[in-house]
Design a binder for this molecule. Structure first.
Ligand code: ADP
Ligand code: 5GP
Length: 213
């Protein structure tokens, strides 16, 4: 089985960061792709763990060098997934969890078509607003920008293969785990399936021939 990227997208406040953190804490078969961003760190965020916090000039230079598998401007800041970061996690034999916006997801799938795409949906607008305000990480102007992007993001739900409702956190995390587990055994991802089945058939045919009177 080859490792694959798992893309989590949601409108801001939908819970993708929380879900990604819980998945990574409980599953050693998953790794995280740390993105670059030009936004300032929030209290408690750690450089190199949550993001690589870089300047706009550094970001543009990296983009010109082709370092990003995808990049997008989200809420006025630049964000990008480093190609090397994704490939490194997969080389280690782990699936790569990625928390990226809808525009980035569409670009990323072109570079990594075997990605699994999951949209995290809040149970209601009231709950989304409550969670976003409760997080208290944005100014009123930033919050307004995030709500505006949330409208656009919600309209892109059809681009995703799976949709998980984040009502109860534990249930949402388990649903994402079930999706990953099912994808691991999906026929299209199984390497050498033809050979394995061919060997089984060959051995059974021998047995039938030997045991026939
Ligand atoms: P996103 O990364 O999609 O912007 P976060 O993961 O930061 O969203 O979640 C937004 C806020 O909602 C956080 O304060 C988080 O703790 C809270 N939250 C996320 N999921 C749930 C849930 N199922 N129940 C209650 N609170 C939640
Ligand atoms: P935040 O600033 O709240 O961490 O993230 C804001 C938005 O940027 C979220 O929708 C998040 O999914 C998205 N984002 C984070 N990293 C990346 C990335 O590498 N690429 C893209 N396209 N979006 C990202």
């Amino acid at each position: 089985m080859s490792p694959f990227p798992v893309i989590l997208s949601a409108p801001s406040g939908g819970g993708k960061t929380t879900i990604a953190r819980m998945l990574l804490a409980r599953r050693p078969d998953l790794g995280y792709s740390v993105s670059c961003t030009t936004r300032a760190p929030r209290p408690g965020e750690v450089a190199g763990r949550d993001y690589y916090f870089i300047s706009r000039a550094e970001f543009i230079a990296k983009r010109e060098q082709g370092a990003f598998a995808e990049s997008a401007e989200v809420h006025g800041n630049l964000y990008g997934t480093l190609r090397d970061e994704v490939e490194q996690v997969m080389r280690e034999g782990r699936h790569v969890v990625m928390d990226i916006d809808v525009q980035g997801a569409v670009q990323f799938i072109r570079a990594f078509p075997l990605s699994v795409t999951i949209f995290i949906l809040p149970p209601s607008a009231e709950v989304l607003l409550e969670r976003l305000r409760g997080r208290m990480t944005e100014s009123p102007a930033q919050l307004a920008a995030r709500l505006q992007s949330a409208l656009q993001e919600l309209q892109q739900v059809d681009e995703y293969e799976y949709v998980v409702m984040n009502d109860e956190l534990e249930r949402a995390v388990s649903s994402v785990e079930s999706i990953i587990d099912a994808e691991v055994v999906s026929r299209e991802r199984l390497k050498n399936l033809r050979q394995q089945v061919g060997l089984l058939i060959e051995r059974l045919e021998q047995e039938i021939e030997n045991s026939s009177p």
